[in-house]
Each structure stands twice: as C-alpha cells, then as structure tokens.
Ligand binder design. Structure first.
Ligand code: MEV
Length: 430
C-alpha cells in the first residue's frame, strides 16, 4: 500500500482488498475499530434494533457501501460514503471529483435550514378577510409557535415567518394555505414542523372560524437550498481520441437537451440523484423526501427541467452548478440510531446539517458530470459493462476469483448475459 495521506486522494484504492481499504480508513484516525467494524458490515444495525424502527420486522436488507475519493468541498478534503447497488456510480463520482479538484474542487453553500409546514384552511366564509386576520396576528402566532420546541429554541431555531396563500381554483372550491416557516437547525425537521403546525391549528381555527384540515410539512423545501459549483480546466477534459473542446461542447449540448426536454431532464436528474441519494442513504436520511423535493423543484417554473446547469468561462473551462432543496439532518431520525449512519457522518467529520448538504450537492454535481461526459463521448455502456458483467457473473453462480475471470470473458465476448455466463461456468466445470 502507498503511504497514507490525510486527504481524499488514495491512489490505488480501487485495487486494494476489502481489508486494505478498511485499514486505510483506520489509519486516518477519526474512526474507532468499532466504527470500522460497522462500516465493514461485520457489526452495525441488528434485527433487534430494527424491530424498534419499523413494524413487522423480520430482518435486515444490506446494500453495498463504497467510498468516493478525491472530493474537495470548500477547500476541505472529504472521503464520501455512498450506499448504492448500481455499478459505476462510486467510480464516476470519484473520477469527476478528481477532475474538479484540479480546478479548485467544489464550492458549496446552503441557505438557512428553513422548512415549510402547511395548514389547509377550509370553510372560511371570506378568504380575504381570513387571510388578513392571520397576517394581523402573525407576531403572536409566531411567538406561540416559538414556545413549542424549547430544545430547538435553545439551539437558535424556531419559527421565522408565516405566509398565507390563496388557492382559488380547486375541486372543493377556494381555500387558504398557511405556511409556517420553521428553522430546524441540524434536524431534517419533519417531526418539529409537524408538531408545530398541529399545535398552531386550533389558534387558526379560532381566529378565522374556518376548519384546519391537513397539517403537514412540505417536501418542496425550497427555502432550504444547497448549491454547488465546480470548474473543470479544459485541459482535463481530453481523453482517448476525444479532444478537450469536443468533450466540453458535447457536455454543453447534452445539458441543453435536459434543459429543454422533460423526458431527458428526468433521466439527467436521475443521474444527479444517483450521487445525492447514495450519501443521503449512507447517512440515514430520508431519501424519499429528498427525491420528492428535488423533482418538485425541477418543475418549479411549470415545466420540468434540469436541476444542474453547465457552461464555459472566459478561458473556455467547463463550469457546472447545481441547486436543489436538501432537507437532511444529523440529529434525530435514523441518523443517530443507525450505527452505519453514525460512522458515515464520523468518516466525513460532519458537524452540521448544512455541511452535510454541501457535500451531498457536490456529489450530485460530480455524478451529473460523470454521466454527461460518458454520454457525450463513448456512451454509457462501455464503462458500465465490466461492472455489470461482475454482477451477472455472481448471479450466474461465480464466486471468489472466478467472478473477475468470468466477467472479463463476458466483456471480451461482448455478451453480458446470464445464460451465457451460466454456459461458460458449465464449460469451465467440465
Ligand atoms: C443511470 O443510472 C444514470 C444516467 O442515465 C444519467 C444520465 O443519463 O444523465 C446515466
């Protein structure tokens, strides 16, 4: 093994054995042997703990946990844990992080961790007058909401604003929607927000004479945004027979497709979410909430479009940006209960939810670049094939060294199919 470095560059990591990879993480100092055992899968969440998390538990479901290398976010190197079943994602993120690194890495920031709690107010005799009543009482309503969660209050969180929207056209007639804007600090915030809107609802009913129906958080967390930017030096883009300008312009054309066409944008954004979700899951966060928020945000103009944008700077370098809602937490929920999520946060040295969101949005941007670069040049299948071939080899029954040997044979034959893999295994046995 090479001399360990403190940063996120670990040359040859791909070729290390599982044990060597864990030893490399161990040498970095921030993880205990217990944390390493958890990351390795030898320890971690057990069925008894899981039994307290959801209902009717019968066991656990495992997924691969890989480490993305080369990431530098806001000048800090970070090793990023990714949980995903799809081949090429971890390698793609790591490779693009290396290209971005030579342009200064990722610059990322977040807006305040403000979530939106919604109250649906029905049966008000006069919408305008009810709206004004609520707005007139805003100060006292916010004061009341501020007393609901003393822990959050102590941490500097709590209600920030109250907005009233009018839905004029709906199948049940016009109604009001009240948004409670709530700063949830380092939590994902669903519990805090849902509690707050449930507690505030009787006051709204009393004030307006209407009926508060739904009281629930919105996953379109468009006040809790994360943004990342990276610059890829033009010279880094050339590879094989592809000239740097060809790769850059191909990426710009690929992005233009997603920007203009919802059918392409859905796939383009799926690629971004390959990176985002992997880290969201590794850290025990709610990936359905993140998915819902991301796609709703992508459609905020009324037409579904790309979450990222690509362009070039005055020197002709490729510049990428990504902006999306990222309601992730590092306290509460599974983030603190799940041993692997705890170890994942520790590996990254995360001390705030915004820091986590900044890393996640950077990984999303890297993943997007990996997909666009491949699609705009040699196509996606080439890179996918060898990893896919390994999965097919395992599914066909290969084990140990046989996996790699069979995978290589399938790729060489350009027939990565289970029936062929089984046939080859059979031939090798006889
Ligand atoms: C596959 O999981 C993700 C991609 O389809 C993303 C894209 O097309 O941009 C490769």
């Amino acid at each position: 093994m090479d001399q360990p470095t403190k940063g996120s560059r670990i040359p040859g990591f791909y070729n290390f054995s599982l044990e060597e990879r864990l030893a490399e993480l161990g040498q970095r100092g921030q993880l205990s042997s217990e944390d390493l055992a958890v990351l390795s899968g030898a320890a971690g969440l057990d069925a008894a703990q899981a039994d307290h998390m959801i209902e009717n538990v019968v066991g656990l479901h495992a997924l691969p946990l890989g480490i993305a290398l080369n990431f530098q976010v806001n000048g800090q190197d970070v090793l990023v844990p990714m949980v995903i079943e799809e081949p090429s994602v971890v390698a793609g993120a790591s490779f693009m992080a290396r290209l971005a690194r030579s342009g200064g890495g990722f610059q990322a920031h977040t807006t305040a961790p403000e979530m939106i709690g919604q109250m649906q107010l029905l049966d008000v005799p006069d919408l305008q007058s009810a709206r004004l009543t609520i707005l007139e009482q805003k100060k006292s309503l916010l004061e009341e909401a501020g007393e609901i969660d003393p822990v959050l209050k102590k941490l500097g969180g709590g209600p920030r604003d109250l907005e009233v929207r009018m839905i004029e056209d709906s199948p049940v007639g016009p109604f009001l929607v009240i948004h409670l804007i709530y700063d949830v600090r380092d939590a994902m915030g669903a519990n805090a927000v849902n509690t707050a809107v449930e507690r505030l609802a009787p006051r709204i009913t009393a004030l307006t004479g209407g009926r508060v129906h739904l009281r629930i958080l919105s996953n379109l967390a468009d006040r809790r945004l994360a943004r990342a930017r990276c610059t890829i030096p033009l010279s880094e883009l050339a590879f094989g027979d592809f000239k740097a300008e060809t790769v850059r312009d191909g990426i710009l054309e690929a992005w233009a497709f997603a920007a203009a066409d919802p059918y392409r944008a859905a796939t383009h954004n799926k690629g971004i979410m390959n990176g985002v979700d992997s880290v969201v899951i590794a850290t025990g966060n709610d990936w359905r909430a993140i998915e819902a928020g991301a796609h709703a945000y992508a459609a905020r103009s009324g037409r579904y479009t790309s979450l990222s944008a690509w362009g070039k700077d005055a020197q002709g370098n490729l510049v990428g940006t990504l902006e999306m809602p990222l309601a992730v937490g590092i306290v509460g929920g599974a983030t603190r209960v799940h041993p692997t999520a705890r170890a994942a946060l520790k590996l990254m040295g995360i001390t705030s939810a915004s820091q986590l969101a900044e890393i996640i949005v950077s990984v999303g941007l890297a993943q997007n670049l990996a997909a666009l670069r491949a699609l705009a040049t040699e196509g996606i299948q080439r890179g996918h094939m060898s990893l896919h071939a390994r999965q097919v080899a395992i599914a066909a029954g290969a084990r140990g060294e046989m996996v790699e040997r069979l995978a290589q044979q399938l790729v060489a034959e350009k027939t990565v199919r289970i029936d062929r893999a089984e046939a080859i295994l059979q031939e090798w046995k006889t």
